[in-house]
Design a binder for this molecule. Structure first.
Ligand SMILES: *[C@@H]1O[C@H](CO)[C@@H](O)[C@H](O)[C@H]1NC(C)=O
Ligand SMILES: *[C@@H]1O[C@H](CO)[C@@H](O)[C@H](O)[C@H]1NC(C)=O
Ligand SMILES: *[C@@H]1O[C@H](CO)[C@@H](O)[C@H](O)[C@H]1NC(C)=O
Ligand SMILES: *[C@@H]1O[C@H](CO)[C@@H](O)[C@H](O)[C@H]1NC(C)=O
Ligand SMILES: *[C@@H]1O[C@H](CO)[C@@H](O)[C@H](O)[C@H]1NC(C)=O
Ligand SMILES: *[C@@H]1O[C@H](CO)[C@@H](O)[C@H](O)[C@H]1NC(C)=O
Ligand SMILES: *[C@@H]1O[C@H](CO)[C@@H](O)[C@H](O)[C@H]1NC(C)=O
Ligand SMILES: *[C@@H]1O[C@H](CO)[C@@H](O)[C@H](O)[C@H]1NC(C)=O
Length: 452
């Protein structure tokens, strides 16, 4: 009994002591952090220090959630681990943040931010941002910040995307595997080939994309609504995406995983388990180009792949065994004569990938159609911006890749070039029952047939 109460007393005392011995959030000039020492952000959300994943014998300086030390949100020396824990994190006399061998002075990693200013301090902010600033400067005019050099996690306030004046793109890169934080081959970034869209890649191969920005949102992405805000900035200087928090009761992060997925996770303040709010693997149709060319992926149908109207499987035998990779080809070859062309309007879809396309942001839909009609290899067109009734013109050439039906109705239409003969067949087939007609490709309605 006596031992138990003294044990309890000891636990109480030590927790009180560790409470009082709270780590600082700032590393001053010439200061060091060695193994076992940490910086803590002022509100105790984040902690910075040395860690070694799975006793790998490799040591890194990282930032983690104080409550979830296993979730590393940023790593300084991803590519240059220390071989044992005897290194130090320090601010060099030049004002660089560096990881060094304290004995030999060898530098493993440096912020390379050197302004040759001695009075530089490093501070771990409550946002999880590690910043270098001049000692007396309390503005946000940082000399350097970790938020500019993302690892695999996007925290609220961190920009994913482009500084357009310098052409630098900030994106997140997965770990090599669950135990190796060196950069893996999965990346999640904002592509900017005319119209921005998020792309998840394995090496150079696309494995998921959000669909292009449409003036309001990324067409393929889910509405997260009230849990956290999504900020998208597109002007002459910058193009980026950022998560914001709606209130302080929610913690959120966007993380890219070595298995080839990206997930938006949230945690209620005080909670213990993270909830996946959105993912590049929400359903099978998120798998890039699953259904091959000129097809549509419909999560709720069985089989999930269908050829677009007017197209047939390139290889019926492959299609029959649900190997969709060879895609679909036109049933009726297209004529170049303008009288023989009509356009079919599809609603509620993720627009095809921007592989061979053109974009003119000032064209109207009517001009867009006229332009598409003129060019024999134009396969489809759509408004690039859906705001205020729609504006701008996308034209696709060649095969249409990665079209997906949305589960919820979205105001996004694409107009597909058809042989006029096909379209009259379409009217006969699908007007037979209004029900069938209405639900073809989700949101087919009467006005969907646009006569060129
Ligand atoms: C840091 O160390 C260098 C070299 O030891 C010294 O010259 C400098 O005054 C120190 N700076 C501060 C702010 O203590
Ligand atoms: C840790 O590393 C060992 C040896 O490499 C490996 O067998 C084990 O699966 C790893 N543990 C985890 C949790 O990944
Ligand atoms: C680091 O490794 C060296 C030898 O390589 C050894 O002398 C030293 O004790 C090690 N330090 C720690 C903290 O393990
Ligand atoms: C620092 O250098 C010493 C001497 O070469 C070496 O024993 C030690 O392992 C090194 N420490 C690190 C972290 O590499
Ligand atoms: C800093 O500069 C050195 C030398 O140019 C380079 O090897 C190193 O990769 C740079 N570090 C970072 C974090 O960019
Ligand atoms: C883009 O980068 C340059 C050079 O680092 C910097 O001066 C500028 O402020 C950046 N632009 C924005 C909008 O952050
Ligand atoms: C875009 O369309 C407008 C209106 O049709 C036209 O005046 C302009 O020349 C086009 N721009 C380009 C780059 O083709
Ligand atoms: C059709 O568009 C493609 C792609 O923009 C272009 O290369 C080709 O010259 C155009 N053809 C005609 C006849 O305008």
């Amino acid at each position: 009994m006596k031992t138990l109460s003294s044990l309890l007393f000891y636990i109480l005392l030590s927790s009180l002591l560790s409470g009082f011995r709270r780590a600082a959030d700032t590393l001053s000039s010439n200061g060091t952090i060695t193994y076992g020492e940490t910086l803590e952000s002022s509100g105790q959300s984040f902690e910075l220090g040395f860690f070694s994943p799975n006793n790998s014998g490799k040591w890194y300086i990282g930032i983690w959630y104080k409550k979830f030390p296993e979730i590393i949100v940023w790593i300084a020396n991803r590519e240059t681990p220390l071989r044992n824990s005897s290194g130090v994190l320090t601010i060099t006399p030049n004002g660089d943040l560096a990881i060094m061998n304290a004995t030999t002075g060898d530098v493993f990693w440096s912020s390379n931010s050197s302004k040759n200013e001695p009075a530089i301090v490093a501070q771990l902010l409550e946002s999880g941002n590690l910043v270098l600033r001049r000692k007396d400067d309390t503005t946000q005019n940082y000399v350097w910040q970790s938020f500019d050099f993302p690892s695999d996690t996007l925290l609220p306030g961190m920009k994913l995307g482009w500084n357009l004046s310098t052409g630098t793109n900030r994106y997140i890169t997965s770990w090599k595997d669950d135990n190796d934080p060196s950069p893996g081959d999965i990346t999640f970034r904002l592509d900017n080939s005319g119209m921005p869209q998020f792309i998840l890649r394995r090496g150079s191969e696309t494995i998921y994309r959000s669909g292009p920005w449409n003036g309001i949102e990324f067409s393929g992405s889910i509405d997260w609504k009230t849990v956290y805000t999504r900020i998208f900035v597109y002007n002459n200087q910058e193009l980026y995406y950022m998560n914001g928090v709606v209130d302080n009761l929610i913690i959120t992060r966007l993380t890219v995983y070595p298995s080839g997925s990206v997930r938006q996770l949230i945690l209620k303040q005080g909670g213990f388990s993270w909830t996946v709010m959105d993912s590049s693997m929400n359903d099978q149709c998120d798998d890039y180009g699953l259904c091959g060319a000129n097809s549509i992926c419909k999560t709720k149908s069985r089989p999930i792949c269908e050829c677009l109207y007017g197209f047939v499987p390139k290889s019926q035998s492959e299609w029959d065994v649900r190997d969709w990779s060879s895609g679909c080809v036109r049933r009726t070859p297209l004529s170049c004569l303008q009288d023989h062309i009509k356009f079919l309007k599809l609603g509620g879809v993720k627009l095809p990938d921007l592989l061979q396309f053109s974009l003119n942001k000032s064209m109207s839909l009517k001009e867009c159609q006229a332009e598409c009609l003129k060019n024999c290899s134009c396969m489809a067109y759509a408004n690039s911006d859906i705001r205020e009734g729609g504006s701008g013109c996308f034209m696709w050439f060649g095969d249409l890749i990665d079209i997906q039906e949305f589960s919820e109705r979205k105001e996004r239409y694409i107009y597909m070039r058809m042989a006029a003969a096909e379209l009259s067949k379409y009217i006969q087939v699908y007007l037979r029952t209004e029900f069938e007609f209405f639900f073809y490709v989700g949101q087919m309605i009467n006005q969907n047939i646009v006569l060129a």
